[in-house]
Design a protein around this ligand. Structure first.
Ligand code: DOR
Ligand code: ZN
Length: 436
């Protein structure tokens, strides 16, 4: 274990802008930030030409433990995370069994404390009858509700079943927002489809906006914090822009910003089958607008690993989701290099804002006294995505062949160097994230 490290001559992404300077870390914390620090340290790295940002807090990943661990374990998912500059993750409850009880929550935390290389937190999943657990379980980012069903068996679809959850308690409620009945009806109609691009017809724009309007109404009626995960439609972005609410925030995912139909389905078939779906380009364009104008608050990866064998099933049977935890920062650096946004904006969407929205203690910005969770990037390096480079057990990427400008070169978790240029240092362990 390293007790202290000094990074010299870096570009530091600070809360008030980017400054050239040094950063000294000691006992897992950021000790000092400044122009020419002269502390002696166990590890000293000349970071000239590199950018140091807060590590990504990926507030949306699916690992598969307990359950189909051949797709991912907490350990393998956390390895993928740190190799992509992610220093903390919130994992979703649609494992098997689902995380809907105190016992299952304790089990995940126990496994993570032994095996996770990154800092971790686990969502508690809502069922129609676990209200007491939702409000008594300790130290979670929030409650996850599948208002429309997806991978796994979690579902609370009816407004009548949702009301008690909105009415009781004050934790943030994060939702998968698609109208279940509309999706079920369309699934029947398309039962014989073998065309992957039918996915956005089955999981229609109408199903998404209908559900989002209903949930937005509940949040306002019951004055309850609602976080809408993975926005995909122009309709939802426009609705949220026109109906701002201090109770409602939202997320967008890198794949919905990057890929659109029918092109992506023609090229990649089931590999781009995700819920909610990748849609046509005008939706993607509006997601970008919403992100840039502040309608959308943050970016999470929705890393949802499935193997190629799983994805090889006929379209209607193939599972939804794609691995992304290790590529989000790299993809976003690429967009930053295209001039679409600045490094400070990027850092805000992937670190500062998630920390603020979920009330994470001492993370999300580079500040003296805060946890030394760092993502060190070379914005000028190129990174070609290849199957052999994928760390996730999923073992593939929808972005294979892409040449990205901007690369993650080092990741520091709690002051420990855990990833450096392709090498993962297994001995480093993450800690449970503490929420205020
Ligand atoms: O595409 C998805 N995959 N969407 C979800 O809601 C769940 C996820 C998964 O766990 O596979
Ligand atoms: Zn998800």
């Amino acid at each position: 274990m390293i007790e202290s490290a000094l990074f010299k001559n870096a570009s530091l992404v600070l809360p008030n802008g980017i400054k050239e300077g040094d950063i000294f870390i000691q006992n897992g914390k950021i000790h000092s930030i400044g122009p020419s620090l002269s502390h002696s340290a166990e590890l000293e790295i000349d970071a000239k030409g590199l950018v140091i940002m807060p590590g990504m807090i990926d507030s949306h990943v699916h690992f598969r433990e307990p359950g189909p661990t051949y797709k991912e374990t907490i350990e393998s998912g956390s390895r993928a995370a740190v190799s992509g500059g992610v220093t903390s993750f919130f994992e979703m409850p649609n494992t098997n069994p689902s995380t809907t009880t105190l016992e299952e929550m304790a089990n995940k935390k126990q496994i993570a404390s032994q095996t996770s290389l990154a800092n971790y937190a686990f969502y508690i999943g809502a069922t129609p009858d676990n209200l007491e657990v939702l409000n008594t379980v300790e130290n979670v980012p929030g409650i996850k509700i599948y208002v429309g069903s997806s991978t796994g068996s979690l579902l609370v679809a009816d407004r009548e079943q949702l009301i008690p959850i909105f009415e009781n308690g004050d934790r943030i409620i994060s939702v998968h927002s698609e109208d279940e009945q509309m999706v079920q009806d369309a699934t029947q109609q398309f039962a014989d489809s073998t065309t992957p691009s039918d996915h956005y017809r089955i999981r229609s724009t109408e199903a998404a906006i209908k559900c989002t309007k209903m949930l937005h109404g509940l949040a306002n009626d019951y004055k309850r914090r609602l976080h809408i995960l993975h926005l995909t439609t122009a309709d939802e972005v426009c609705f949220l822009r026109e109906n701002p609410s201090s109770y409602v925030t939202s997320e967008v995912c890198p794949h919905h910003l990057s890929l659109y139909g029918p092109d992506a389905y023609d090229r990649l078939g089931n590999l781009v089958k995700v819920n909610p779906p990748i849609r046509e380009k005008h939706h993607t364009d509006e997601l970008w607008k919403g992100l840039l104008d502040g309608t959308i608050d943050c970016i999470g990866s929705d890393h949802a690993p499935h193997t190629l064998e799983d994805k090889d099933k006929p379209f209607m049977q193939a599972p939804s989701g794609m691995p992304l935890v290790e590529l989000s920062v790299r993809l976003l650096l690429h967009y930053m290099n295209q001039g679409r946004f600045t490094l400070s904006q990027l850092s805000h969407w992937i670190s500062a804002k998630p920390a603020q929205l979920f009330g994470i203690h001492s993370k999300g910005v580079l500040k003296e006294g805060f946890d030394a969770d760092l993502c060190i990037v070379d914005t000028n390096a190129t990174y070609t995505v290849s199957r052999s480079s994928v760390v996730s057990k999923a073992g593939w990427s929808a972005f294979e062949g892409s040449e990205l400008k901007g690369n993650v070169v080092m990741t520091i978790v709690n002051g420990q160097l855990v990833y450096r240029e392709g090498d993962i240092l297994e001995s480093v362990k993450g800690q449970e994230i503490r929420f205020n």
